[in-house]
Structures are given as C-alpha cells and as structure tokens.
Design a protein around this ligand. Structure first.
Ligand code: BG6
Length: 483
C-alpha cells in the first residue's frame, strides 16, 4: 500500500489521449478527405463555432493544421515515452483511409501513416489504444447522407473499421468504437457525433435538431458498434472492444423527491442509456416510456435486437471532466460544461471555461458504473483546460493542472480501494491540441506546450510544462507519489 492508501495495479495503464481531428493536422495531405471538424471555424467561450458547407478562403479552420502530429509524431512519441507512458489513446481519422466514406478500397498513404505511428509507439514500449470514430465523420457523409440518420452508414462504418482491425489487430489490442457516443442524446450531438448536417450552414448553437431523427441516428451508431464488435470477436478473439461515454455525474439539488426523480431521469438519459445498450446488449426498461413521451419511434428492423445482443463490449471507458446539478425549483444557477450546460454546484470551483472541478465525483462515478456493470473500466479522458503563460526563459508553470491531476488520480486510487476494477488512465490532451467545443488553442490541456495560437501563428515547437515532470514522477511511482 502506497502513500494515502493508494495502490494501483502493477500493470496499470498510464498515458494520454488525443483525437486525430484535433491533433494530426495535414487535413488534406496524402489523399485525406475532409471530416466534419475540418468544416468548422474556431470560436470561444461565448462564440459558438461556425460550420461551413463551402470553405471561406478568409476564415481559419483550426483542425487543418491543428498541432501537426502528422509531421511531428516521432518527436511527440519520444516525449510520451520520456514521461513513462505504456499506453497512448489516439483515433484513426476515417477520412484519411476512406476520404468520402464511400470508397471500396482504402487510401494506401493513410494506412502507411498509421503503420508508422503504431510501429513508433511499440518501439517505445507504448501500446496504442484506438478510437475508431472520434468526431471524425467524413464530411461527405454528413453533407450528402445526413450523417448517422442514414442507416447505410452502418455498413460503411463496418467497411472502414474492419479494414483497421484486419490491418492492425496484432499491433492494437484495445479498440473503442465511438467517442462519447452519449452526446447523441443531446442536441449538441447532431454536429460532431452524429453529423446530421445535410445542407446545414450556421453555428453549433443553431444546429437543427429533430429528436426522433437523433435517437434513430444513435440507434444506427449502436448497430454499427455492435457489428464491428461482433466482427472483432469472431475474427480476432484476443481483442478487447470498448465503448466510450462522456460521463457527467449529476447531483440532485435538494432532497426533495421531485429533485431526486429529475436527477434519476437526467442520469439515465445522459449517462446510462447508451452504456445500458452497449454493455447489456438491449435497450433498458426505461427507454420505452422516454421514447413515447418524446415522440421517438425507433425504426427497429428484424435482426437489430439480435445484433445488439451479439455486439456487447468487453470493457467500459469514459471521459470525466466535471459534474452538474439537477433541480426542479428553478433556482439552480446554470453553468458551462463539457458538451452540455449543467446546474452549478456551490461546493465546487470551476475552470476558466466554467467547468466544475470534482474529483470526488470521479470516485463516485467509477463506483456507480462498476456496481452496475461489473466489467473492467478505463478513464480515457480527464483533464483541465487552462490559459498557460510562457515565461521569458521558456518555462511554463501550471500548478492548476498539476493540482487537478493529483486530485483525480488520488480519487481514482480511492475507487480502486473501494473495489473498482480500473485498468487505465489516459489524460486528455497531454500535448496541446485544438479544443473540440470551442476550436480554441488557448484552452490548453497539455503537459507539453505547442507554439500554436488562435490566429494560426506559431512555429509548432514543443516544450515541457511543469506538469510534464509531475506526471513523469507520478507514473514512475505507479500513482503513489502524488505530493
Ligand atoms: C471530450 C472530447 O468531450 O472533451 C474531446 O472527447 C474534447 O474531443 C474534450 O477535446 C475536451 O473538450 P474541449 O471542448 O475543451 O476540447
């Protein structure tokens, strides 16, 4: 037992997580097609991102260069190794392999890029953990098919995903199908997750939403995920296939039973609906009433229910950034949040972007999830977006990030002591990347600073922040050296 009673398992996975569209850049290089974020401009905390059908030559699209992992992967992976990582969560950009999503054969140059990345990782003793779809729908499928509202995407996704599994099954053991699939339960999900953008120009805040269409689009993602998992289990039985949910714990504002019921509803819709399907292989008992009361008719076809049963996940993964509050008395102040606005909790501090900081909520969430499903868990995103200042000597002091990390690791350790089977932790944006929500660069999560700014300037050089050295020490002690 280490300090503070924390003991992480010996084979615990420590690392970081990124997404191709926020990190790779090279958006049209070597045959890559555009994905949805490539059509999005930058915004900020008060200005929602604009989505363009046609590119405006005078506008800036932050994902086009991002922080250029495409041309810096060797340097970056060496830095990850220096921190002592044994896992790196990354995504494959669907449009790098299938530029429009419709091709029958993959783009060779795209395949070769990921060959090089995986080989480089493995040479450094870092295993890749791959998300097949992290907000990277080929834009063509959004613009002409209306994204996941079209059932044909199920088989297009299977073509893409099986190509990845066939090529890299011996290099990648852990796979996630859809990043934060539960964002599809919210209007917000129409953009990055479901891509129901046919003909749409406007901001993320204006995106049109039809709840029936949205829940059917989500149904198609469940089917696509299940098909890929079934294929993986039948073809490569050693692989571990996971989901990924954006877990936003909510607390009832008071002990008024009405608040408790409202919060139960929120927890089901936000956090349990998707994982109940993906872990248990069937829609939960509460779904029917929710559909009826919201005018949702899932277009269930013969074989769908069987497929969901056959495509259950092996391990559960989540992103965890914050928590929120739900009440019925109209006096809960609204705060900002990760993909969704939530009630503000007076007991918690918030980041510069208004996200609450709640490490105990992570412990609570891990216990709840593990009690419910009893399968291994992994925290594949957790992190703190902040303004960083580069000192004259080039150093970057980020005690706020270290503090956030320390608290969350401590509470993960507590959850393990509580009995949760937690197998890994990947910090979000361990190197500065473009923000998904706002498209900003100045909202930085990294332990590694990248000289890239909101106006597109910067020479992309990398430097280590104080948190880099802290995380290195933390990993070397397997989570026991927290102070
Ligand atoms: C998660 C996403 O919602 O949160 C990431 O999976 C995202 O893609 C991360 O970057 C942090 O959100 P943001 O908006 O600060 O980038």
């Amino acid at each position: 037992m280490g300090k503070d009673g924390i003991k992480f398992p010996d084979n615990f996975l420590w690392g970081g997580a990124t997404a191709a569209n926020q990190y790779e850049g090279a958006w049209d290089v070597d045959g890559k097609g555009a994905s949805v974020p490539d059509h999005m401009r930058g915004g900020d905390i008060n200005t929602p991102r604009q989505i363009d059908v046609e590119f405006d030559p005078n506008a800036l699209y932050p994902s086009h260069e991002a922080t250029d992992f495409y041309h810096h992967y060797e340097e970056d992976i060496a830095l990850f190794a220096e921190m002592g990582w044994n896992v790196f969560r990354m995504s494959i950009n669907w449009a790098r392999l299938f530029p429009t999503g419709e091709e029958t054969e993959p783009n060779q140059a795209g395949l070769e890029f990921y060959d090089r990345v995986f080989d480089c990782l493995l040479a450094h003793g870092i295993q890749p953990l791959v998300t097949l779809s992290h907000y990277e729908l080929p834009y063509h499928l959004a613009a002409t098919y209306n994204g996941w509202a079209d059932r044909r995407l199920v088989d297009l996704f299977l073509r893409y995903a099986s190509c990845c599994l066939d090529r890299w099954h011996d290099k990648v053991k852990y796979w996630l199908t859809f990043n934060e699939i539960n964002t599809g339960t919210m209007t917000m999900g129409c953009t990055l997750s479901l891509g129901t953008l046919k003909g749409f120009t406007g901001t993320m805040a204006e995106v049109r939403d039809d709840i029936n269409e949205r829940y059917n689009a989500l149904h198609h993602q469940f089917l696509a995920s299940a098909k890929v998992i079934k294929y993986a289990h039948e073809t490569y039985p050693d692989l571990k296939m996971g989901n990924m949910d954006c877990f936003i714990l909510s607390y009832a504002a008071t002990c008024d039973p009405a608040d408790q019921l409202a919060n139960q509803d929120e927890m089901r819709r936000m956090n349990w609906y998707c994982s109940d399907v993906q872990v248990r292989g069937a829609y939960p008992s509460y779904a029917r009433r929710f559909w009826d009361e919201n005018g949702i008719k899932i277009k269930m076809q013969p074989g769908d229910e069987e497929l969901l049963r056959e495509g259950k996940i092996d391990f559960y993964t989540l992103s965890y950034y914050m928590s929120s509050v739900v009440g019925t008395h109209g006096d809960v102040e609204q705060g900002k949040g990760n993909m969704v606005m939530g009630g503000r909790n007076p007991y918690l501090e918030v980041s510069d972007w208004g996200w609450s900081i709640d490490s105990k909520g992570l412990r609570f969430s891990l216990n709840e999830i593990y009690d419910r499903y009893q399968i291994p868990l992994m925290v594949v995103e957790n992190g703190f977006g902040a303004f960083d200042t580069v000192e004259e000597d080039g150093s970057i002091h980020d005690p706020y990030r270290i503090d956030y990390l320390r608290k969350h690791v401590r509470d993960m350790g507590e959850a393990i002591e509580d009995g949760v089977d937690l197998i890994g932790y990947t910090w979000w944006g361990p190197i500065d990347v473009v923000s998904a929500g706002t498209g900003e660069m100045r909202k930085r999560y990294g332990f590694i600073y990248v000289d890239k700014h909101d106006d597109g300037t910067g020479d992309l050089h990398r430097s280590r922040k104080d948190s880099f050295f802290y995380y290195k020490r933390l990993i070397a002690s397997n989570g026991t050296e927290l102070d």
